[in-house]
Design a protein. Structure first.
Lengths: 386, 782
C-alpha cells in the first residue's frame, strides 16, 4: 500500500484549484496558473491511485492569469475561470466558460515528454459578459444541476446566468446587488446543494449572506461573522442548514443558518488568514482548511456532523467479533479534533479541495505553485468506515 | 565482771583490727553463694581457693583467729623471726595487753553503776504496785453498790413514766384536733389577708388527715368547709394568675401554689405557657415595630440588645420557672417547653434575620459582628436550658448564614472595586491629552490599580476577620474555625476574587467587536501586566496574608498558589497576545488600505516614501513606547553592524529566483522534494500569530510580523506597474530602516520585506527595479 501522504507537483505561481467535478471515477484536479509574464496555463492533474503517480496535461489559457477556476458539475469538459486581463494601466477581471479538447476530458494517455511545445488551447464557449460589471471574484456552478446555471460575483453584484445553446451563450437571468455605503465587494460564494439548489451564500467583508436564487433576495445575513474579512465558505453536503466559513481572523466558524447569532463551533488552529474551507463531500465531519501560514489542516468535526455518533453498522452484516468492536467504538466519546496538519507547503496555501472521485483524497495548492495531494490517514478512514 | 570480760575481744586481738563479728558474716555468705555458683559451673571449692584470701580462719597462728594456738604461734615466731623482731613483737604485745586491760576496767565500772540504779528503781516499783492493788479492790465494791441502787430507782419510776408518755400523746392529738377545727377560720383569714402561701401550707398539712378520717361526721364537716375555702382560694389564685399583670416571678409563685393545691398540672402548664407566650409575643411585637416598614430603625446593635434583653431574657425566665415548677411532668413537659421555645424562637429568628438582612448593604462589619455576638451570646443561656429546642444551634446557623452572606457581599464589593478601577483606567486613557503634558503614565495607572485592589482586598480581609476575633462568642464554633476560614475566606473570597478578576480580564479578549473593539489596547496591556504581577508576587502575598490571618487548618482541599498563578499567567499571556493582535490589526488595516486603494499600474515614479509608511513607523514607535512603560526590553539576536544599510533590489534574495521562476517542464517527484528541502534550508516557517513572551521585543515582533505579513498578502493580490514596484521598493526600504530595531530577530523583517518586494516584482508585468542608491536617497530624504 501507499503512504497516506504526499505527492508533490510543482508548477508556476498559482492560486486556482478545482476538482473535475463531473468526473467520478478518476482523480483529477484542474490548476490554473497566475503569471503576468508568460502564457497562463491550466494543468490537468491526473492522479493514478494504483501506481501513485501523477500525470498531467497542459492547456493554454491565453486570456490572462487565472484567479479562480471551477468545473462544470455536468460536463467533464467544461470549466469556468476568472482571469485578469491587463490592458495598459488597467486591470480587468473577467470570467468565461471554456471547453477543453475532447481527448483531455477523460484524462491522460501517455503525456508527451515535452508537453509545453504541444500544449493545446482551450476553446472559449462564452464570456460571462462583463461590460457592466468588472472584477469577477468567482464563478459558481449550480451543484447537481445540468451545468446550465452559473452564478458569478462581480464587485457588489451577484449575477445568475443561463448557459444556452450548449453553453455557447450566456444570458443574464437575474441579478441582485448589495446596497450600502462604502465599496462593498463580494469575496467568495457557494451554491448550496440543498433546497433544490435554490440557495447561494456569499461573503463580503465580514458578512455572510444567504440568497434565494429564485427571487434573488436575501434570506439571511450574518453580520460580523468573522472579526476580519471572510475569505471563503462551504456548505455541509449532508446537513442542509450548516455552513462553514473562514477568514482573516485565523478562525474557521461553523454556522447554523437558522440561528445566526452565534457560530455553532469555532476552530482556531491556523496562525494566519484562512483562505479556504472545504467539507468532505461524503463524510462531512472531515473539514479541510488552507491558510497563508502555509499549512493545511484536516479537522474532524464529528460533533456537528451528520454522523455525530459514528457510522451506524447493520448488525446482520458483521460477525460477532466485529459487533463487539463496533460496540466499543460507539462507547468512545466522539470528539472534535485536528486530524493532521500538513506542512509540505513553503508558501501561503490559497486553495484546497477534495477529489470528486475519491472521498479520501485531497489536493492543496500554494502560491509558489506546489500542488500537494494527500490522503486521509488510513486509521481514521477505517474508523469512519467500520 | 566475768561476763563483761567474756563479751570483750579475746586477749591479744588488737582493738583496731578488723572485727570478725557480724560484718564478717556477709563475706562468708557471699563466699557460700560463690561456692554454689562454682559448683554449678563445675569448679570445685578447692580449686577456686587459689585466691590470695584474707587471713585463713583456721590458721592457728592468727592472733585474732578462733583457732589461735599460742604454742604454735610462739613456735612460729621463734622459728621464723630474728631476735630483733622477736623483741619488737614482745614489746608490742605487752603494750597491747596493757591497753586492753585498762579498757576492760573502764567498761566494768560504767556498767556497775547502771546496774545499781536499776535495782533501786525496781524495788520502788514493787512498793507502789502493792498500794494500788488495795485501792482497786475498794473501787470494785463501791461500783457494785451503785449498780444496785440504780436498778432499784428504775423499777420504782417505771410506772409513772409510762403514764406521762401517754398524756403527752393525748396533748399532741388534741392540739392537732384543735388545728383542724380552727382550720376553716384560719384559712378564711389567710385568704382574706392574701397570705395565700400560708393558706396553701395549712391546707396541705390538713389534707391528708381529713382525707383519712372523713368517715367521721365532724371531720367531714371540717373537710367540706376546707374544700369550699380552698376552692375559693384556688379561684382567687387563678384570678391573679390570669390577670397576669404582675411579673413572671409572681406568676410562677401562683402556679407553684396552685400546684400545691393539687390543681391539674397539665392544665396549669398550658396556661402558664399561654401567659408566657402573651408576654413574649408582646416583646416580639415591639421588636417588629422597631423593624418598621420604613425603618427609623435603631442600629442593629441596639436591636439585638433589645431582642436579647426583652425576648431572650423573658424566654429564659419562663424556661427557668417552668423547669422548676413542672419538673414532675417529666419528658412530656420538657417536650412541651421545647416546642414552645422553638416556635417563639423561630419567630424571633425570623425578625432578627429580617433586621440583619437590612444590614447587608453596609460596608462596616464591626457593628454587625458585635450585634451578632450579642445575639449569639444571649441565646447561649436558653440554649443551655433548652437544649432540645436547638435555639443555640439555630442561632449559630443564623450567624453562619450572615457570615456567608457577608463574604458574598465582600466578594461583590471586590469585583465592583475592580470594575471601578477599570473604568477609571478607561477614563484616564480616554481623557484628551493636554498638549505637552502626558496624562498619568501607564505605569502610574498600573500602580494605582494594583494598590487600590490590594487595599480593597486587605480591607475586606480585615472586615471578615472580625468574625473570627477571639472575644467574639461564636468564633470558636467549628464553622468559624474551619470552613469559614478555608472555604469561605480563602477559597470563596480571595481565590474567588482572583479568579473572577482573571475572567473579567480574559473577557476583554473574547469581546465580539474584534474590529478595533471597545477595549483600548492600552487597557489590555495594563491588565496583562497586572495579571503577570499577580502571578509573580501578588497572589502568593495575598494568600500568605490570608493564611496568616485565618490560620487555615482543616481538611478541605484548598486551591494551591501554583494553580492560581498558572491561571493568572495564562490570562496575562492571552491578554498580551490579544494586545498584539489588536495593535497588529490596526497597523495591518492601514497597510491594507494603502495597498488596496491605490492604482498601482498608473502610479508615478516614486519621489517619496508614502505617508502611510511613516505613519506605520510612528505608530510602531508609539506602541514601542507604550509597551516599554510596562514590560522589560527582552532579548534580541545580535545585530549585524550594517543592518540599516541593506537596500532592496528586486532579486536580492537568491531563493526567490528559483522559487517563482516558471518551471513548466514536468519535474520528477524526487526533484521537487530535493528542491523543497533546499528551500527549507533558507527559510524557517514564520508563525505569524504566535504566542508572545512577556517582554517588549516579543510584543513588537509579533505586531510587526502581523503587519508585514498583511502587506505581503495584499501585495500579492494586486498588479503593479513599473513605478508601482519601485514605490513598494522604496516603502519596504523605509520600513526596513526603521522597523529592525524593534524586533528580536531583524532577519525576520528582512525576510518578510524581501518577500514583499519579490512578490511585487512577480506581480509586475514590467519589473524594472529602482537603483538601490536612489532608493536610499529617497528614504533618507524622509
Amino acid at each position: 500500500c501507499f503512504p497516506d501522504t504526499v505527492l508533490i507537483y510543482t508548477l508556476s505561481t498559482a492560486r486556482a484549484l478545482t476538482p473535475q467535478t463531473a468526473e467520478t471515477d478518476a482523480i483529477r484536479f484542474l490548476v490554473g496558473t497566475q503569471s503576468l509574464k508568460y502564457d497562463n496555463q491550466i494543468h490537468i492533474i491526473d492522479f493514478d491511485d494504483e501506481n501513485n503517480i501523477i500525470n498531467k496535461n497542459v492547456l493554454l489559457h491565453q486570456a490572462g492569469e487565472i484567479w479562480h477556476i471551477s468545473a462544470s458539475p455536468a460536463d467533464r469538459g467544461v470549466l469556468a475561470t476568472c482571469y485578469n486581463r491587463t490592458s495598459d494601466s488597467k486591470v480587468l477581471t473577467c470570467a468565461a466558460v471554456w471547453r477543453m479538447p475532447k481527448e483531455l476530458e477523460s484524462g491522460s494517455h501517455e503525456s508527451p515528454d515535452d508537453s509545453s511545445s504541444t500544449a493545446q488551447t482551450l476553446e472559449l464557449l462564452c464570456h460571462l459578459d462583463n461590460t457592466a460589471h468588472s472584477n469577477m471574484a468567482c464563478v459558481v456552478w449550480e451543484p447537481m444541476g445540468d451545468g446550465k446555471k452559473i452564478i458569478s460575483l462581480a464587485d457588489n453584484h451577484i449575477l445568475l446566468w443561463d448557459l444556452q445553446e450548449s453553453s455557447s451563450q450566456a444570458v443574464l437571468a437575474s441579478s441582485a446587488s448589495l446596497g450600502g455605503k462604502g465599496q462593498l465587494k463580494f469575496t467568495s460564494g457557494r451554491w448550496s446543494p440543498h433546497h433544490n439548489c435554490t440557495q447561494v451564500a456569499t461573503a463580503n467583508d465580514t458578512t455572510l449572506r444567504g440568497w434565494d436564487t429564485r427571487s434573488m433576495s436575501q434570506i439571511y445575513c450574518i453580520e460580523n461573522a468573522h472579526g476580519q474579512l471572510v475569505r471563503d465558505l462551504d456548505f455541509n453536503p449532508n446537513k442542509q442548514y450548516y455552513l462553514a466559513s473562514c477568514g482573516d481572523d485565523c478562525k474557521v466558524k461553523f454556522w447554523d443558518t437558522r440561528n445566526v447569532t452565534e457560530p455553532v463551533k469555532t476552530l482556531e488552529e491556523h496562525s494566519h488568514w484562512v483562505w479556504n474551507v472545504r467539507y468532505n463531500h461524503s463524510h462531512d465531519q472531515l473539514v479541510l482548511t488552507g491558510s497563508s501560514d502555509s499549512r493545511v489542516i484536516l479537522s474532524n468535526m464529528v460533533s456537528i456532523s451528520s454522523e455525530p455518533f459514528g457510522h451506524l453498522v447493520d448488525d446482520d452484516d458483521i460477525s460477532d467479533q466485529e459487533d463487539h468492536r463496533s460496540e466499543e467504538k460507539s462507547k468512545e466519546p466522539l470528539q472534535d479534533n485536528v486530524i493532521a496538519t500538513y506542512e509540505e507547503h513553503e508558501d501561503s496555501v490559497y486553495a484546497v479541495d477534495w477529489s470528486s472521485a475519491d472521498p479520501w483524497l485531497f489536493a492543496s495548492l500554494s502560491y509558489d505553485g506546489r500542488l500537494v495531494i494527500n490522503r486521509v490517514p488510513r486509521a481514521l478512514k477505517y474508523h469512519i468506515l467500520l | 565482771m566475768a561476763a563483761a570480760a567474756a563479751a570483750g575481744p579475746s586477749p591479744g586481738s588488737r582493738p583496731g583490727d578488723s572485727p570478725e563479728g557480724p560484718e564478717g558474716e556477709a563475706p562468708e555468705r557471699r563466699r557460700k553463694a560463690h561456692g554454689m555458683l562454682k559448683l554449678y559451673y563445675g569448679l570445685s571449692e578447692g580449686e577456686a581457693a587459689g585466691r590470695p584470701a584474707g587471713p585463713d580462719p583456721l590458721d592457728p597462728t592468727d592472733l585474732n583467729g578462733a583457732h589461735f594456738d599460742p604454742e604454735v604461734y610462739l613456735d612460729k615466731l621463734r622459728r621464723e623471726c630474728p631476735l630483733a623482731q622477736l623483741m619488737d613483737s614482745e614489746t608490742d604485745m605487752v603494750r597491747q595487753i596493757r591497753a586492753l586491760d585498762s579498757d576492760m576496767q573502764t567498761l566494768v565500772y560504767e556498767n556497775y553503776n547502771k546496774f545499781i540504779s536499776a535495782t533501786d528503781t525496781i524495788r520502788k516499783m514493787k512498793n507502789d504496785f502493792r498500794k494500788m492493788e488495795d485501792e482497786m479492790d475498794r473501787l470494785a465494791t463501791n461500783m457494785a453498790v451503785i449498780t444496785d441502787f440504780s436498778a432499784r430507782i428504775s423499777a420504782t419510776l417505771q410506772d409513772r413514766h409510762e403514764r406521762i408518755t401517754k398524756l403527752a400523746g393525748v396533748h399532741a392529738l388534741l392540739r392537732k384536733l384543735q388545728f383542724l377545727f380552727e382550720l376553716p377560720s384560719r384559712l378564711t383569714k389567710c385568704v382574706e389577708l392574701g397570705a395565700y402561701g400560708q393558706a396553701v401550707r395549712y391546707q396541705g398539712r390538713a389534707q391528708a388527715v381529713l382525707q383519712q378520717y372523713q368517715h367521721l361526721p365532724s371531720f367531714r364537716a371540717i373537710q367540706d368547709d376546707c374544700q369550699v375555702i380552698t376552692a375559693r382560694l384556688a379561684q382567687q389564685l387563678r384570678q391573679r394568675f390570669r390577670e397576669g399583670g404582675s411579673g413572671a416571678p409572681e406568676q410562677a409563685e401562683c402556679v407553684e401554689l396552685l400546684l400545691a393545691l393539687g390543681e391539674p398540672a397539665e392544665e396549669l402548664c398550658e396556661e402558664f405557657l399561654a401567659h408566657a407566650r402573651g408576654r413574649l409575643e408582646e416583646e416580639l411585637r415591639s421588636l417588629e415595630a422597631e423593624l418598621g416598614p420604613s425603618p427609623p430603625a435603631p442600629d442593629v446593635l441596639e436591636f439585638t440588645d433589645h431582642g436579647g434583653s426583652g425576648f431572650v431574657g423573658g424566654l429564659c425566665q419562663v424556661a427557668a420557672a417552668y423547669q422548676e415548677l413542672f419538673a414532675a411532668q417529666g419528658p412530656a413537659g420538657a417536650e412541651r417547653l421545647a416546642a414552645f421555645a422553638r416556635e417563639l424562637g423561630s419567630r424571633y429568628f425570623a425578625l432578627v434575620e429580617r433586621r440583619l438582612a437590612q444590614e447587608q448593604g453596609g460596608g462596616d462589619n464591626s457593628l454587625l459582628v458585635r450585634a451578632l455576638d450579642r445575639f449569639h451570646r444571649r441565646l447561649r443561656a436558653p440554649g443551655a436550658l433548652l437544649a432540645a429546642a436547638g435555639l443555640a444551634e439555630a442561632a449559630t446557623e443564623i450567624v453562619e448564614r450572615v457570615a456567608r452572606e457577608r463574604l458574598g457581599h465582600h466578594l461583590q464589593g471586590l469585583r465592583a472595586a475592580f470594575l471601578g478601577c477599570l473604568t477609571d483606567v478607561r477614563q484616564a486613557l480616554a481623557a484628551p491629552r493636554v498638549a505637552g503634558k502626558e496624562g498619568p503614565g501607564l505605569a502610574e495607572l498600573l500602580a494605582n490599580v494594583a494598590s487600590s485592589i490590594l487595599s480593597h482586598i486587605k480591607a475586606s480581609l480585615a472586615a471578615v476577620h472580625l468574625f473570627t476575633a477571639k472575644e467574639v462568642s461564636f468564633s470558636n464554633k467549628p464553622y468559624f474555625r474551619g470552613e469559614f476560614c478555608s472555604q469561605g475566606v480563602r477559597e470563596g473570597l480571595i481565590v474567588g476574587f482572583i479568579r473572577s478578576m482573571c475572567q473579567t480580564a480574559q473577557s476583554f479578549c473574547d469581546s465580539p467587536g474584534e474590529k478595533g473593539g471597545a477595549t483600548p489596547p492600552a487597557l489590555l496591556l495594563l491588565l496583562s501586566r497586572l495579571c503577570l504581577d499577580y502571578e509573580t508576587a501578588t497572589i502568593s502575598y495575598i494568600l500568605t496574608l490570608t493564611d496568616e490571618q485565618f490560620l487555615v487548618q482543616d481538611q478541605f482541599p484548598v486551591t494551591p498558589v501554583s494553580t492560581l498563578c498558572a491561571e493568572a499567567r495564562e490570562t496575562a499571556r492571552r491578554l498580551l497576545t490579544h494586545y498584539v493582535k489588536v495593535q497588529g490589526l490596526v497597523i495591518s488595516q492601514m497597510l491594507r488600505k494603502s495597498v488596496e486603494t491605490r492604482d498601482w499600474l498608473s502610479t508615478l515614479e516614486p519621489r517619496n516614501v508614502r505617508a502611510v509608511m511613516k505613519r506605520v513607523v510612528e505608530d510602531t514607535t508609539a506602541i514601542d513606547v507604550q509597551v516599554g512603560l510596562l514590560y522589560e526590553e527582552g532579548v534580541r539576536k545580535a545585530q549585524s553592524s550594517d543592518s540599516s544599510k541593506r537596500t532592496f533590489s528586486v532579486y536580492s534574495s537568491s531563493r526567490q529566483q528559483g522559487r517563482y521562476a516558471p518551471s513548466y517542464t514536468p519535474s520528477a517527484p524526487m526533484d521537487t522534494n530535493l528542491l523543497s528541502n533546499i528551500q527549507k534550508l533558507f527559510s524557517e516557517r514564520i508563525d505569524v500569530f504566535s504566542p508572545v513572551e512577556f517582554n517588549k521585543v516579543s510584543v513588537l515582533t509579533g505586531i510587526i510580523k502581523i503587519s508585514l505579513k498583511t502587506l505581503l498578502e495584499c501585495v500579492r493580490l494586486r498588479t503593479f506597474g513599473r513605478f508601482g514596484l519601485q514605490q513598494v521598493q522604496v516603502d519596504c526600504h523605509f520600513l526596513q530602516l526603521y522597523l529592525w530595531r524593534f524586533v528580536a530577530d531583524e532577519e525576520l523583517v528582512h525576510l518578510l520585506l524581501d518577500e514583499v518586494v519579490a512578490s511585487a516584482a512577480l506581480r509586475c508585468p514590467d519589473p524594472v527595479p529602482m537603483e538601490p542608491s536612489v532608493v536610499e536617497v529617497i528614504c533618507e530624504r524622509g
